[in-house]
Design a protein around this ligand. Structure first.
Ligand code: FMN
Length: 422
């Protein structure tokens, strides 16, 4: 079953203009919270809804907001629109088609967190999304939804739109803050967590675009409404960006806990050209790949994907068919992490380079018998030992593919050619 809440404005003519958004019922959640005048009530409904962060880690949003230290101001809110994870393209759809929905989510969430200056940090390559947001922010200021004394409520909010410069690491929240501060996009040590000490060392809430986008709907309809979908621990609706070997790749909205089979077969039209599937990467390239037959029995929620040895991540379902060489695919992903490693810590900087070189060697037919244990050893020396989670992310495709598709690597090494395409 597909739902049509988050994507309801996609396909509507001029959906990105303020008049259309208001006609469709936009900015009503903002009107409601300003009228009620109780930020803590907004926090409470978001907490009760069980909304979890859609940027990858799935941390409960209401709980994160509760970490803000009492009485410390100014505090900031940052909307993470960097969307650099391979396979992930859901936030892009929201920003291009419904920029006012993103902005309303930011305003309502900023109000809840008593923030007077919010930021959107958008991926540098997202030109259309940037233009649509720029235009929508100007419109929101002109209409009195942003700026001083919003709609006569006494509440002030400035919203700044900042473009990244093409670095995946700047999606990691502390590196993002470094970049916003005008420094090199390097991660910072945690704790202190940003909610306690973030941008300019002030309390800062960082949430993903889709996370914030959910907030106005929850505020208008209540937490029970949100909990009609999903499970106790994974409630609500979620966007999935589906790519790879399906007939209809794209961005789809479904309740959490939808069977992967329904998404792949019913919604996306099944395997492309009928070629059987081999593997599924359910949550973006940083989540472990799963054998397709195992994945097809799983559901798309945080717990169910853990049970099959993977994660929901950012909801980027990458579908891989039997004609794909996994060694080549993983070598390609390893090349991405090698390129994107910021170089600050040795395990990640050196380890991603070594993994890439060994995988390429195997792919070229020059693999050695000791390469698989060597790759696993490198994985063990990166995972949990790098400065930030980029290192852990880089390990996931390598380790999971060796563990679950080891025969393809062994064939490559033994026969000096590919099992799939010779
Ligand atoms: C290497 C790396 C890249 C990340 N990229 C993004 C990103 O592009 N967008 C995003 O929302 N979160 C990204 N994250 C997760 C953020 O650090 C952070 O957890 C998230 O923005 C919090 O928002 P949420 O609680 O709403 O999910 C990334 C994390 C890592 C380690």
């Amino acid at each position: 079953m597909q739902t049509n809440v988050l994507l309801r404005n996609v396909g509507v003519a001029d959906s990105y203009q303020i008049e259309t958004y208001v006609q469709q019922g936009g900015y009503q959640a903002l009107a409601k919270v300003l009228e009620e005048g109780q930020p803590s009530k907004v926090k409470e409904v978001v907490l009760n809804s069980g909304l979890r962060g859609r940027g990858g880690a799935g941390f409960p949003t209401g709980r994160k907001w509760m970490f803000l230290p009492k009485g410390v101001y100014p505090r900031y809110l940052v909307c993470n629109a960097d969307e650099g994870e391979p396979g992930t393209f859901k936030d892009r759809v929201l920003m291009e088609h419904d920029p006012h929905g993103v902005i309303e989510g930011i305003i309502v969430s900023s109000y809840a967190c008593e923030v007077e200056h919010a930021f959107i940090y958008i991926r540098g390559e997202y030109n259309l999304g940037y233009q649509r947001l720029r235009n929508a922010i100007d419109q929101a200021y002109a209409a009195g939804f942003l700026g001083k004394n919003i709609r006569g409520s006494g509440y002030d909010l400035e919203l700044s739109l900042i473009q990244g410069a093409g670095a995946y690491i700047c999606g990691e929240e502390t590196a993002l803050l470094s970049s916003l501060e005008g420094k090199r996009g390097h991660p910072k040590l945690k704790p202190p967590f940003p909610a306690a000490q973030g941008l300019y060392r002030k309390p800062t809430i960082i949430n993903n675009v889709e996370t914030l986008f959910n907030v106005p709907f929850i505020v208008l309809n209540g937490s029970d409404w949100y909990r009609q979908w999903g499970t106790e621990l994974s409630p609500g609706i979620k966007l999935f960006s589906v790519s790879g070997h399906v007939e209809r790749p794209g961005v789809y909205e479904v309740p959490l806990s939808t069977p992967i089979r329904d998404l792949v077969y019913d919604i996306c039209g099944g395997p492309k050209d009928g070629v059987p599937l081999k593997a599924i990467i359910p949550g973006g390239s940083s989540t472990r790949m799963v054998r397709a037959d195992v994945a097809m029995e799983a559901r798309l929620d945080y717990e169910a994907l853990c049970d099959v040895g993977s994660d929901l991540g950012s909801g980027a379902v990458i579908v891989v068919n039997e004609k794909t060489c996994l060694v080549r695919l993983v070598a390609r992903l390893a090349g991405f992490y090698r390129h994107e490693s910021c170089g600050k810590c040795i395990p990640c900087r050196e380890g991603t380079d070594w993994m890439y070189k060994i995988l390429q060697r195997i792919e070229r037919g020059e693999g050695r018998a000791e390469d698989l244990p060597l790759l696993l050893d490198i994985c063990n020396n990166i995972a949990g030992k790098s400065f930030c989670p980029l290192g852990d992310a880089a390990v996931q495709p390598v380790r999971s593919s060796i563990e679950r598709f080891g025969e393809e690597y062994e064939f490559h090494i033994r026969e000096k050619r590919c099992m799939v395409d010779g």
